[in-house]
Design a protein around this ligand. Structure first.
Ligand SMILES: O=C(CO)COP(=O)(O)O
Length: 125
């Protein structure tokens, strides 16, 4: 199970809390993340995460490219809807890629909990 984890700056604490709650299950998955998010998940949750480029430097696009090639099974993308992002086109491209390829994409904590609960339950079966 390949899961991509991404959070904008004001959502990174939420991502750390979310991943901590699912840490045991997530540790059995292959995880990738944009650079800063991944660093926090490594340092604060202790997860083994492949850190790609930071979002504004192309990390969302890297994840989108992997997803298009079949290498991502789910995306947790905690977006900040209140703060303009310099790389908005990249963010839209990643969410669009999820829709094009029918990959589940949770963009807030509530939907992320639902997605992870179901996905990781299926993964165990
Ligand atoms: O900007 C991001 C996603 O669009 C997140 O990137 P970082 O994890 O590097 O902060």
């Amino acid at each position: 199970m390949n899961i991509a984890l991404i959070a904008h700056d004001r959502k990174k604490d939420d991502m750390v809390a979310l991943a901590s709650g699912f840490a045991t299950a997530l540790s059995s998955c292959t995880l990738m993340a944009t650079g800063t998010t991944g660093g926090r998940l490594r340092n604060e949750v202790g997860l083994s995460v492949e850190c790609l480029l930071s979002g504004p430097l192309g990390g969302d696009l890297q994840i989108g490219a992997r997803l298009a090639e079949g290498g991502v099974d789910a995306v947790i993308f905690l977006r900040d809807p209140m703060t303009p992002q310099p790389h908005e086109p990249d963010i839209n491209a990643l969410v669009r890629a999820c829709d094009v390829h029918n990959i589940p994409c949770a963009t807030n904590v509530s939907s992320a909990r639902l997605l992870l609960t179901q996905l990781l339950r299926d993964h165990e079966d």
